[in-house]
Design a binder for this molecule. Structure first.
Ligand SMILES: [Zn+2]
Length: 251
């Protein structure tokens, strides 16, 4: 049977069956199909793809391909300027905000701790639609969720350990210099606001009010934050993550 030849580059190989990784392979095609349908039938969700070449020309996801064509797919480039080329993918949003699969709630907590906007949603359809409507990056370990048409920005989280996932997302979206710890509520994702000891009098133990004079409160859920032992522990965790990022950059 006539085949389409395909080659996937870089981290897109994570989605392929092993014998298709890092090499050009034939893919049987009975009828013309869109690039999006072809790459997703092979396991690669479209938001992970930045550049598509068909017979050497840059094309969109809607391009129809047929047997005899040659398709190459690339992830987002970090260091190569391809601004003159028509890309299939879209730029990462400038102020990146996330909508996180409920199964990754620990990753979402890390993102909030570092000050990033990270909604958590349980329903796949609602998650995909929120990502599309609000221009949020969908973070999930469910590849099929990212294949939904409505998702423009999305990322399949490779690691399973939450701390590694956090480092992975910081790296992928280049957020290392944009952390603003303790500015967002860990429970509900709202931005925290300053409060005086008097404002929080009924919600904070007397001992904490005596020891601290700076408090933050959440306009969403009312939770109060102050720089107690919990704060020190979180600072240490963030310092640990910074060290991991340095290691990742050194490699
Ligand atoms: Zn809150």
């Amino acid at each position: 049977m006539a085949t389409l030849t395909c080659r996937f580059y870089g981290r897109l190989n994570d989605f392929l069956q092993p014998w298709r990784r890092g090499r050009r392979f034939g893919h049987a095609l009975r009828a013309p199909a869109s690039v999006k349908d072809v790459i997703e039938s092979l396991g690669v969700p479209h938001p992970e793809v930045d550049l598509i070449l068909v017979n050497g020309s840059a094309e969109a996801f809607s391009r129809l391909v047929t047997a005899g064509d040659d398709l190459s797919a690339f992830p987002a480039f970090r260091s190569i300027d391809i601004s003159g080329i028509t890309r299939a993918g879209v730029d990462d949003p400038p102020d990146v905000r996330f909508v996180v699969d409920v199964h990754l709630r620990k990753l979402a907590a890390w993102l909030r701790l570092a000050g990033f906007d990270a909604l958590i949603l349980a329903d796949d359809r609602e998650l995909a639609e929120t990502a599309g409507r609000e221009g949020r990056v969908a973070l999930t370990r469910d590849v099929d969720l990212l294949k939904r048409n409505v998702v423009r920005h999305g990322y399949w989280v490779r690691h399973t350990d939450p701390e590694r996932q956090f480092v992975e997302v910081l790296e992928r979206f280049r957020l290392r210099g944009w952390m603003a710890p303790f500015t967002r509520c860990l429970r509900c994702n709202a931005s925290l606001v300053r409060a005086s000891p008097a404002d929080v009098e009924t919600r904070v133990p007397a001992r904490a009010r005596a020891a601290f004079d700076r408090f933050l409160t959440c306009p969403g859920c009312g939770r109060v934050y102050w720089q107690g032992s919990h704060y020190e522990r979180l600072l240490r965790l963030l310092a640990h993550v910074q060290a991991r990022l340095e290691e990742a950059r050194a490699r």
